[in-house]
Ligand binder design. Sequence first.
Ligand SMILES: Cc1cc2nc3c(=O)[nH]c(=O)nc-3n(C[C@H](O)[C@H](O)[C@H](O)COP(=O)(O)OP(=O)(O)OC[C@H]3O[C@@H](n4cnc5c(N)ncnc54)[C@H](O)[C@@H]3O)c2cc1C
Length: 402
Amino acid sequence: MSAPIVLVGGGLAAGTAVRELRSQGYAGDLVVFAGEPHPPYERPPLSKGYLLGNEPAEKALVNVESWYAEHDVDLRTGVTVDSVDPAARTLRAGGEELTWTGLLLATGATPRRLAMADDSGAPVHYLRTLDDSTALKAHLTPGARIGIIGGGWIGLEVASAARQAGAEVVVLEALEQPLLNVVGPEVGALFAQLHREQGVDVRTGARIETIVAPSGADSVGTTIGLAGGDTLTVDRLVVGVGVLPVDDLAGSAGIAVDNGVLADAGLRTSAPGVLAAGDVANVDHPVLGRRVRVEHWDTAIKHGTVAATNLLGGQAAADHLPYFFTDQYALGLEYVGHPGPEGFDRVVVTGDTEGPVEGRVFRVWWLRGDQVVAGMHVNDWDAIDRVRELVGTDADEAALGS
Ligand SMILES: Cc1cc2nc3c(=O)[nH]c(=O)nc-3n(C[C@H](O)[C@H](O)[C@H](O)COP(=O)(O)OP(=O)(O)OC[C@H]3O[C@@H](n4cnc5c(N)ncnc54)[C@H](O)[C@@H]3O)c2cc1C
């Protein structure tokens, strides 16, 4: 009997890969180590439907809980893999040694910590896991004062959920606009406007100098001191300042890492038989012609499928263009592309960016020279095919408006 294929990670990439392995006909032994005490689940609802109280946790599961036993998968939840030996094809987890024939590292990412907040002793939330979301949800109540550090996607989605729960929300963003590095100043300003209209106090260019935790039972809350002299008082702080790849397991196994686990277009790492997928994988992208590490839902799914195929000896490539979606209030969007380090030099917005939120239907195109390096639609759900068609091409203004 040959050793199992082993998947490390309890997220969308591992959950997709294990399902794909079975659906592609792999009948051998399969073990999944999921570090969290839950079967693999998707994270987008943690800052949207689940955080809002509109969706149960079960809805986020990648495969229903019974699927694993029904498909003879040895799912070990709450068990962390401590070390991997690629030469011996073994790993250690939960005090046991296990031999594998193929290994997938899908260890994801973890929130970047903000020492100033952590060290203050104030009540601080990060949002990555189901348990984080459950803990935060309990504090999103009418009148609660929620201070969000970071105006990125997570910070803005939490702001939206908190406002919808009736909380008072302030977003502190260090740059001149939320999402500035992703969408640029024009589109960042549209998001600042959206949140301000919904009653969020969006402070841009905000530099936090002090965070003072409540002291004593009659304390008024956590006080944040900003450069310039303003102070704010909040009940809870949410920190959303990006994530870091969880690549230490690979690194300590001697597998090449550099901002994630380095992988070729087939998701193969520097160690034979070891693949990497999802947020942790820094992949040689065959279409973009450079390395990309993408922290998005769709990539975790696509990688899960490619990894399964290649663990079975196939030759699939992770060649899709990165795709992302978000929902905030009545605004939903889909984004395709990856401008990369060279960025973009022009932004074209077509459609309606004003008026009632649900009526804001527009498209945004990011160009470098004549090339469309990314595109997005807002509330224009039939537009995604057109966006996909144009990204990567040279397009004239007429095409962008059509
Ligand atoms: C709140 C939130 C909202 C999001 N919303 C969106 C969205 O709207 N749109 C979008 O495109 N993307 C969104 N994302 C991003 C998306 O969820 C991630 O890209 C996706 O979860 C990546 O999946 P993954 O499987 O690579 O990693 P993860 O989901 O991070 O899963 C990795 C898992 O591996 C486990 N693990 C790590 N090390 C070990 C070990 N040594 N042994 C065992 N287990 C281990 C971890 O505990 C974790 O459970 C969101 C993310 C968050 C946190």
